[in-house]
Design a protein around this ligand. Structure first.
Ligand code: EPZ
Length: 417
């Protein structure tokens, strides 16, 4: 079992390049299955979730090769449209392959995606939309059998909640469907825009991505293309949080400040200094940062739920009291216990966390409970006095490509054993 050993308290300084976005790479890998000819995806992060996605493509009959952050996919011969049960359980977001398999073959058999550390992860919005597009869904002993005997057709779909996954899945099913699909109350995350840009480069007919209303005109065929995945905005936020908690000064390269809506202004409320030119973000923080009176996670362009745990770690040693409300997921404070063991003063009640800033945290052995909760403990360890031993880091490896290497470039004392 690997672990990360962190000797905290070092001011982070220097520059590092930001990896490609996991939450853009996954839906785009799925979209490649809709195309004939080869797709080459550049700036693809090397993560366990990406490897799992490549395994799903391979098991469906695609040729999928990954070398040095570039993945090439050949999807001419799709042999089957089944998502292996083991991979469904390994990665909840495998559900994103349902839309592409339906779009390409008109059928799909998959296991019900397990819940995950964040609480129940329903897919009712996905399934309701597919039914409107002509898909018949049978559920037996946790296996979903989806068929579209007359093919998929466009539909007007209103999402009760701007679900990222549901928006992506509908786009994947709609690009080759007959007729027009309109998604009202669609998610507006930058990863949705990245997926639409890739699909349009492959020949899809999409308008309105990034707004709350997306229109898709089905086409007959899509051809593969070469596409560069956007920078990961949550990894960017994580490195900024590491600089903030150590009072450091860093430059992040190959970043995309425009996608950091709702994150940079929170750092500015903490009295951090952020600026950007082109794809470089310059950031510096005094110590301690100022507390943030109230913060609420919201769908984009609000403050993203994926940055909540990471920000909580910074606010533990802020000057003053902060309050965070997690409105998206039911159970996304699992990192709080470990932060309290490190000396933080946090009370949670339901979806609210109140954080009273303390002078410093202290390194102790802690375990990651989920991807972003693990990243939060990594950030806390960098600012803490003493040694933090972080275990269960497979959670972190799902979303961060060589985190210890990146942080060592910024002067952190961190090793993986
Ligand atoms: C995506 O998950 C991201 N994952 C998550 O990032 C992110 O936290 C989330 O969007 C919100 O931004 C990927 O992109 C792979 P949702 P997704 O559908 O699509 C409810 C990370 O750390 N809901 O927008 O699963 C759901 O229960 C991960 O990188 C329904 O009720 O998120 C949740 O409360 C974690 N019914 C809320 O919507 C549905 O059919 C948000 O879910 C679908 C969702």
């Amino acid at each position: 079992m690997q672990k990360l050993i962190i000797h905290g308290g070092k001011r982070l300084e220097g520059e590092v390049a930001v990896q490609g976005a996991k939450n853009s790479a996954l839906p785009i890998l799925s979209a490649a299955m809709l195309c004939t000819g080869e797709s080459v995806l550049e700036n693809c992060p090397e993560l366990s979730d990406v490897y799992a996605a490549c395994q799903i493509l391979t098991s469906a009959g695609c040729r999928c090769q990954m070398q040095h952050h570039t993945v090439s996919i050949q999807a001419d011969a799709i042999q089957n449209s089944e998502i292996p049960e083991s991979l469904m359980q390994e990665m909840r977001s495998s559900i994103i392959f349902l839309g592409a398999m339906l779009g390409r073959t008109g059928s799909c058999v998959l296991g019900y995606p397990g819940g995950c550390e964040l609480g129940p992860r329903p897919i009712d919005l996905h399934l309701q939309a597919f039914q409107k597009m002509g898909v018949r869904i049978r559920e037996e002993n946790g296996v979903l059998t989806c068929t579209a005997p007359n093919g998929l057709h466009g539909a007007k779909i209103h999402l009760q909640f701007p679900s990222v996954g549901a928006t992506e899945n509908i786009m994947l099913a709609a690009v080759l469907a007959s007729g027009e699909t309109v998604i009202a109350n669609a998610a507006r995350e930058p990863e949705i825009v990245d997926l639409a840009k890739y699909l349009k480069k492959c020949g899809a007919c999409i308008a309105g991505e990034g707004s709350g209303k997306i229109s898709i005109q089905g086409v007959k065929k899509l051809h593969g293309c070469t596409y560069r995945i956007m920078p990961d905005r949550i990894v960017t936020a994580t490195w900024l949080a590491a600089a903030a908690v150590t009072g450091g000064t860093v430059r992040l390269l190959q970043a995309d400040a425009a996608s950091l809506e709702g994150i940079l202004d929170v750092f500015e409320q903490m009295h951090c200094i952020c600026s950007h030119t082109g794809d470089t973000i310059c950031f510096s923080a005094g110590k301690p940062v100022r507390a943030v009176r109230s913060l609420k996670t919201m769908p984009y362009p609000g403050f993203p739920t994926d940055a909540q745990a990471i920000m909580t770690a910074v606010l533990c040693t802020a000057n003053g009291t902060s309050m965070i409300e997690e409105t998206i997921f039911e159970n996304r404070f699992r990192h709080v216990d470990a932060l309290v063991r490190m000396g933080a003063d946090i009370q949670t009640a339901g979806r609210i966390a109140v954080i009273h800033g303390v002078r410093t945290l202290h390194g102790v052995p802690v375990s990651a409970t989920d991807l972003r909760g693990g990243a939060a403990l990594l950030v806390a360890g960098l600012g803490a006095e003493g040694e933090t031993v972080l275990t269960e880091i497979s959670h972190i490896d799902r979303g961060y490509d060589s985190p210890e290497k990146m942080l060592r470039q910024l002067g952190a004392e961190i090793t993986r054993v």
